[in-house]
Each structure stands twice: as C-alpha cells, then as structure tokens.
Design a protein around this ligand. Structure first.
Ligand SMILES: *Cc1c(COP(=O)(O)O)cnc(C)c1O
Length: 377
C-alpha cells in the first residue's frame, strides 16, 4: 500500500530510540575502544543499571529473554521429567524452554482480576502434582502484574521455586516493588517490540550471586578456568554483546518516559472507547502500577475483535488478538491444563490496540475514529 498522509503506517509497538541519542553514544564508545566483542564495560554497566532499576542484587545480560528463561530453569535445577507450572495466557517463549530441558509444562488458567496466573488454579495444580513440581513460571502479561502476594504465599507453602517472566513488564510495579524481583529469578526481554529494546536481548536477575555467576558461565560455553579449552558442563552461547548492551544502557534512560507515554495511550483509549457497548479494558488493580506495554480491550457485544482488526488493517494500522493460550496450541495440546475458560474467553474477545510510543495525538484520533465508526453502522 502506498503511504500518504492519511494512511501512514501505525505499528502495534516498534523500537523507539531516545531523542537525545544516548544509545548511539554508548555504541560509539564501544567502537572507539574496540569493545565490539565479546564482553566489555557496557555489558557490566547494563547489568548493574538494570539490576538497580528493578531492585535486584545481580544480573546476567543474555542475547534473548528466551535464553534467560532457559538458564533460569537450569539454575532452578529443573531437569528431565520435572513439572513446571506456567500460565497458559502467554507468548510461547515462556513455555518453550521447559521443553528444552525435557521438563513437563502444566498450564494454569488466568483470572479476570489480573489476567495473569490464577492463584486458586495454581494451588489446585500444586495439590495435584505435589513434589513433581520443580518451579512455577509467573508471567506479567501486557505489563500488568500478577497478584504476587497470593502467588508467593502458595509457592512458599509448597516450597517451590518462583521464576518471573517479566519480559513484558519492565517498568511495572506490584505494591511499589518492581515485577521480576519477587521470585528467585526474574527475566526481562529487549526484543524489538518490548517497551525498551536493544534490537534483541534479555536479562536474568536474582539476589543469588552464585546462581548468576553460574548463568554467566553457562552462557559463555561453560569454559572451565584452564588455559586450554576445558569443559565439565554443557555450554551455551547466550551472552549479550557489548554493542547491544550499549543500546540497552541508552534505552534504560528513557524507560520512565516510555511508561508515561504508554499510560497516556491507554488512558486515551479508555476515555474515548470505554463507554461503547460491550467494551471493557484490561484490569488496573490499585496495587498495580503497570507499564501499559500494550493497551488491550475486550469486546463482549456485537462488534467483534476481528471487525476492529480488519478495519484498522485496511487503514494500514497494526493490531493483534490477545495471546492464544498455550493449552490451545497444537504443539502443547498433549500437556495438562488446570483452570476453567478465562484465558479462552480473553483470547476470543480481546484486541491489542496500537500502543507504539511514537504515535502522535492525530494518530490516536485516527485510530479512535476508525474503531468508533464500527459502532455506528
Ligand atoms: C517477548 C517475550 C519473551 C521472549 O523474549 P525474547 O527476548 O524475544 O526471547 C518471553 N516471554 C514473554 C511473555 C514475552 O512477551
């Protein structure tokens, strides 16, 4: 489609570098000092800065959030035949690493209060599988935090390790504490569509220094301390490069700005669309300060999500359905699922609206009038 003033492409969420050019300054430094590879000062500083931001003691910079989940599972001693409880309403990257370790995912439904892991279904699964459960992976979907007090309480009762997949929730808080800092491990992603991006990358945080050191060791091919190449353990090539970490340091400086804009976008949609028949927005609990990564609404009336997505697509505007639950995915269909139909209903009725922080007020009005038009037909 040829682009002109009236059909300018609007993305769901795309990279947004700082106006100040912070990212280029750190990348330039890496070039000037030839710290292009492998590691270097940007990696160390990005780890320190990210850990400080989220209130965690230690961090390991990796080349993806998926890799961070994988090594978190290893660090939690998850192995073949162990069960890992995982929300069904998430991106497949949460669940795939469970399979990498030959462990068994059991999927847990969401609740309407949080859209995240339902603590009652979680407890039912822990009762059902007992000691076989080695870890619980909690996700903060769309930047909304899970109800961490309830989840931590259930997990400590059953003495099971908590890993938080905070890939979508950098900048989001639960009762004033950063998501990703509640469990033994927290995972962040800097993939291209996340609230800040390094083009691709991830971070594993923990207060356990030994475990983070071990993760750095595994992520750089598990090289023993010897002059020759010596390996006593299976290795991975999962480390972040110093150039990429430079982008991350620059992006971290504008995280609050990005959260503010995401919140503005959400509030615009809620104000303008919230009273249309059948429209509801994702739940904002008073104990949660989300990062509003994506603005998501559900439609329970005669206008369906597909109507909205098609109308926007015609005008060169990107929107998406809510995550298709893992227990409905052909690849994961053989695994157990605990819960009712909440995640299925959210998938059926949800639409992720354009949430790109580069959008102007005019862009938002354009989106609003296209969507609103569907109600006056
Ligand atoms: C993006 C995402 C990941 C994966 O992160 P990558 O850096 O793309 O590997 C994992 N979990 C969730 C919930 C995500 O949204």
């Amino acid at each position: 489609m040829a682009e002109n003033k009236t059909n300018k492409k609007i993305w769901l969420a795309s990279p947004h570098m700082s106006d100040e050019g912070y990212e280029m300054q750190y990348v330039q430094e890496a070039f000037d000092t030839n710290w292009v590879a492998p590691l270097g000062p940007n990696v160390n500083e990005f780890e320190n800065e990210l850990a400080a931001k989220v209130g965690s003691k230690h961090a390991a910079a990796l080349n993806s959030g998926t890799g961070a989940i994988h090594l978190a599972l290893k660090a939690a001693s998850v192995g073949g035949g162990d069960i890992v409880l995982c929300p069904t309403l998430t991106f497949s990257a949460t669940a795939n690493p469970i399979i990498y370790e030959n462990a068994i995912p059991v999927f847990i439904d969401s609740d309407y209060e949080t859209w995240n892991m339902d603590h009652k279904a979680l407890e039912a699964a822990l009762q059902k599988y007992g000691d076989k459960v080695k870890a619980v992976l909690v996700v903060h979907v769309y930047g909304l935090s899970a109800d961490m007090d309830k989840i931590m309480e259930v997990c400590s009762k059953y003495n099971v390790t908590v890993i938080e997949d905070a890939a979508e929730s950098l900048g989001a808080y639960y009762k004033g504490k950063h998501t990703g800092s509640f469990g033994e491990f927290g995972v962040f992603s800097f993939n291209g569509n996340k609230i800040i991006t390094t083009s691709g990358g991830g971070m594993l945080v923990s207060n356990n220094e030994e475990k983070i050191k071990k993760v750095r060791f595994w992520s750089t091919q598990s090289r023993d301390a010897a002059r020759h190449y010596q390996h006593s353990e299976l290795g991975f090539n999962y480390r972040m490069s110093n150039v990429v970490a430079g982008i991350g340091r620059g992006q971290l400086k504008v995280l609050e700005q990005r959260v503010d804009k995401k919140k503005y976008i959400f509030e615009f949609y809620k104000r303008e669309l919230g009273s249309l028949e059948g429209v509801e927005f994702m739940p904002i609990n008073d104990w949660n300060e989300p990062n509003y990564w994506l603005s998501v609404m559900t439609l329970n009336g005669s206008v369906r999500p597909l109507d909205v997505m098609e109308a926007l697509e015609k005008e060169n505007i990107e929107s998406r359905p809510v995550w298709k639950p893992m227990h409905m995915q052909p690849f994961f269909a053989e695994y157990d699922y605990v819960g009712s139909d909440v995640s299925e209903k959210l998938f059926e009725n949800g639409v992720c609206l354009p949430s790109d922080t580069k959008m102007t007020y005019e862009d938002l009005e354009r989106i609003y009038s296209i969507i609103k038009g569907l109600w006056s037909k």
